[in-house]
Design a protein around this ligand. Structure first.
Ligand code: FES
Length: 227
């Protein structure tokens, strides 16, 4: 079981940008700097969101970066679980019929930066309106594409009273980026890209294998535009 960690706010502050680079373009150093704090927050996030013991693979599997199997049968509509794959937090949310309807709403699409997933942030088999294999389950890397913090899960329209027309999604508390429940980033926020979708496929009605493509797919996760 992941251990909750104390979040040190000073570790996630943004370094001052040098004058000769775009402040929205993270350097490798920026990413590592923020990711250190972000990964510390994984434990805290796991304590808040449902985290099921059987979903945590053994230490050797995690260390090898091998595919992991995740049983989704206990995940209720509207819930999210967090698992680790290759040392990255992976969000798996089970979307309600209302949430699926909202993902197709023209009013929402008009507020997204890349509503059709034109940037290569997902495998071809998740290049669709729900950015997933099965519309009911969203699977994405939980690392903000701005500077690497871990967005919080805010699935209900009432979860973000200060955000006008919120329909449910993710909020990055570091610098205010927002994503919908398919991981598509909103316009006018610092994050440039949609959340990445890892390789995965269903190996049962409610079981997925993360880190492996469906048969006949050759998607290479390292080709993602920004992880
Ligand atoms: Fe800056 Fe998420 S890390 S908005």
């Amino acid at each position: 079981m992941t251990t909750a960690a104390t979040h040190n706010s000073s570790s996630t502050s943004t370094p001052a940008p040098s004058p000769d680079r775009d402040p929205l373009t993270p350097t490798r150093r920026d990413f590592l700097f923020v990711a250190t704090g972000a990964m510390a927050a994984v434990g805290a996030a796991a304590a808040i969101w449902p985290f099921i013991d059987q979903m945590e693979p053994d230490a050797s599997t995690l260390a090898s970066g091998a595919p992991i199997d995740v049983d989704l049968s206990a995940v209720q509509p509207g819930q999210q679980i967090l698992v680790r794959w290759r040392d990255r937090p992976i969000f798996i949310n089970r979307r309600t019929p209302q949430a699926l309807q909202s993902l197709q709403s023209p009013a929402l699409l008009a507020r997204l930066s890349d509503p059709t997933s034109s940037v290569h942030q997902q495998p071809d088999y998740a290049d669709n309106w729900h950015r997933s294999v099965n519309p009911e389950f969203g699977v994405m890397v939980g690392i903000c594409t701005h500077l690497g913090c871990i967005p919080t899960f805010e699935p209900l329209p009432t979860d973000m009273p200060s955000s006008e027309h919120w329909v449910g999604g993710y909020f990055c508390t570091c610098h205010g980026s927002k994503y919908d429940l398919a991981g598509r980033v909103f316009r006018g926020v610092p994050a440039p890209y949609n959340l990445p979708v890892p390789p995965y496929h269903f190996i049962g009605d409610a079981k997925i294998r993360i880190g492996e493509n469906p048969p006949n797919s050759k998607f290479d996760f390292s080709t993602i535009r920004q992880i």
